[in-house]
Design a protein around this ligand. Structure first.
Ligand code: AMP
Ligand code: MG
Length: 415
C-alpha cells in the first residue's frame, strides 16, 4: 500500500485540479422571478430605491417627536394630544405639532416630524383625544428607518449567487419581476456494463439492474440541470465510442459510471483517450478509488466508478463542485461540520474514508454521529439509512467512541 500510495492523489488535490480549470458556461437567460428559484444569478442586482422606502413603525403604539422627551428630561410620563392615525397602507397625511401624537400600527408610515414610537403596552388612553405614555421610550425607539435594509445604488445580490426563497423575497422588495441567470447546464449520463439491465427487462444469470442511473438522476435533478439519460451502454467498443461522441455534441458535461477501474475492458480507456483528453486518476478515498476526468470535445467528462456507493461519494466530492462551478456558482465544496462519534469507527490508514453515518442532535444540543451500517461500496442499505458522510482523513486509523469527527450532512452537500 505505502509503495503504491505515491500514485494516489488526495481528495483535496483532485478537487483543486478539477475546480481550478473550470469556467462558467456561456449563455444566460432572462426569466421570471418565480422561475429563478435555485438558479444562479448572471448579473449583479442593484437597489434602485431605498427599502424600506419610508420610516415606519416596528410596533403597534403611538408615534411622536423625540423633542417631547428631550424637552421634559425629568418627566416620569408624558401626556400628548392624539391628532390622528397611521395604518399600514394608510399614512397620516397631516403634520405633528409640539405636544401631539398619532396612533400608529406596525409597518405604517411614521409622519415626517415624528421619529419615535412607544408601544401600546406602555401607554394609557384616558379618552379618545389623549394618550399618556407611562414608560417613556428612548428617543428614536421602535422606528424602522428608510433604507435600513437597502440603500439606493447598493449591490444587494451578486453574480454567482444561487437564488434562495429569501432572495426571491429580496428581489420582490425592489419590485424586480425578472432576472438574468445562467442558462441551465445540459448533462448527459449513462451506465456501462454488460451485466446491467434496465428496469422492465428480465434479469439473466449474473445480471443486475442498473441502479446508478437512478442515483445520478436524483443527484443531478437536485442540481437543477437539464438531463439527458442515455441508458445502458454495453461493454462494446463501437457502442461506447458512439455514445461518447453523441453525448459530447449534446451536453456540457458527460457522466458515466463503471468501466474505469483497472481490469475493466481496456477499450473504454482506449476510446476515451482516442476521442478526448482524459486523466485516469487513482484517488486515496474509500469508496471511489478510480476516477476519469477530462474533456471530450467541448464537454467535461467524468468517469465515475461502478459501485453504487462510490458513484454517490465521488459525485458529491468532485462532480457536484464542478457542475456548480460551470453554473457560475461561487461556493461549491461540500459543507463539513464536527460531530462526536458515539461508536468506534473502524478504519485503516491510507485513504480518506467517506463512511455512511447517521447524524443526530443530543438532548443538550450536541451533534453526534454513528455508523449507518455495513460499509461496503456495493451496499445501498447503509447509504440509504445515512444522512451524512463521516469523513475520516487518509492518515487516520480507527476512531474511538467519543472523538470528534468531520461530517458532511447530505442536506449541506446539496445546497
Ligand atoms: P466496474 O467499475 O464497471 O468494474 O463496476 C464495479 C462494480 O459496480 C461492479 O460490481 C458492477 O457490476 C457495479 N456496477 C457498475 N455499474 C453499475 C450500475 N450502473 N448499477 C449498479 N451497479 C453497477
Ligand atoms: Mg463494468
Amino acid at each position: 500500500m505505502s509503495q503504491n500510495n505515491k500514485q494516489f492523489l488526495s481528495v483535496s488535490d483532485v478537487q483543486k485540479k478539477i475546480i481550478s480549470d473550470i469556467k462558467a458556461i456561456d449563455g444566460t437567460e432572462q426569466i421570471d422571478l418565480r422561475q429563478a428559484l435555485n438558479r444562479v444569478l448572471a448579473q449583479d442586482i442593484v437597489a434602485t430605491f431605498d427599502t424600506p422606502p419610508c420610516d415606519n413603525s416596528a410596533m403597534d403604539g403611538y408615534a411622536f417627536s423625540s423633542n417631547e422627551i428631550s424637552n421634559n428630561p425629568d418627566a416620569q410620563s408624558l401626556t400628548l394630544k392624539l391628532v390622528g392615525q397611521s395604518f399600514a397602507g394608510h399614512p397620516y397625511e397631516g403634520n405633528l405639532s409640539s405636544g401631539e401624537a398619532i396612533r400608529i400600527m406596525t409597518g405604517a408610515k411614521v409622519p415626517d416630524n415624528a421619529d419615535t414610537v412607544v408601544m401600546q403596552e406602555h401607554t394609557e388612553t384616558p379618552n379618545d383625544s389623549t394618550v399618556t405614555i407611562t414608560t417613556i421610550p428612548k428617543p428614536l425607539a421602535n422606528v424602522r428607518k428608510a433604507g435600513d435594509d437597502l440603500t439606493t445604488g447598493e449591490i444587494f445580490l451578486q453574480q454567482g449567487k444561487k437564488l434562495s426563497p429569501t432572495d426571491l423575497a429580496f428581489l420582490a422588495t425592489q419590485g424586480i419581476a425578472e432576472v438574468r441567470v445562467s442558462r441551465k447546464l445540459r448533462v448527459a449520463f449513462f451506465s456501462t456494463g454488460d451485466e446491467l439491465r434496465s428496469i422492465g427487462e428480465p434479469l439473466g444469470d449474473g445480471d443486475i439492474y442498473d441502479s446508478n442511473r437512478y442515483s445520478l438522476y436524483g443527484l443531478l435533478k437536485n442540481l437543477d440541470v437539464e438531463l439527458l439519460d442515455m441508458g445502458v451502454i454495453p461493454d462494446d467498443r463501437n457502442a461506447i465510442e458512439a455514445a461518447f461522441s453523441s453525448a459530447s455534441k449534446l451536453a456540457d458535461a458527460i457522466i458515466t459510471s463503471g468501466g474505469v477501474s483497472v481490469g475493466d475492458a481496456d477499450f473504454v480507456k482506449e476510446t476515451l483517450e482516442k476521442i478526448g483528453q482524459i486523466n485516469f486518476w487513482k484517488i486515496a478515498m474509500k469508496p471511489g478509488k478510480p476516477l476519469a476526468f477530462g474533456t471530450i470535445g467541448n464537454s467535461l467528462f467524468f468517469g465515475l466508478p461502478g459501485n453504487p456507493v462510490a458513484v454517490i461519494a465521488t459525485f458529491y466530492q468532485f462532480v457536484q463542485p464542478a457542475l456548480k462551478r460551470m453554473k457560475g456558482q461561487t461556493i461549491v465544496l461540500p459543507l463539513t461540520v464536527k460531530a462526536k462519534t458515539t461508536e468506534r469507527l473502524k478504519k485503516r490508514p491510507g485513504r480518506t474514508d467517506f463512511q455512511r453515518g447517521i447524524m443526530e442532535q443530543s438532548d443538550i444540543g450536541e451533534l453526534t454521529v454513528r455508523n449507518a451500517g455495513t460499509q461496503a461500496s456495493h451496499v445501498l442499505t447503509a447509504m440509504s439509512r445515512a444522512n451524512c458522510f463521516i469523513v475520516i482523513p487518509a492518515e487516520s486509523g480507527t476512531i474511538e467512541a467519543g472523538e470528534r469527527v468531520d461530517v458532511q450532512p447530505f442536506e449541506g452537500l446539496i445546497s
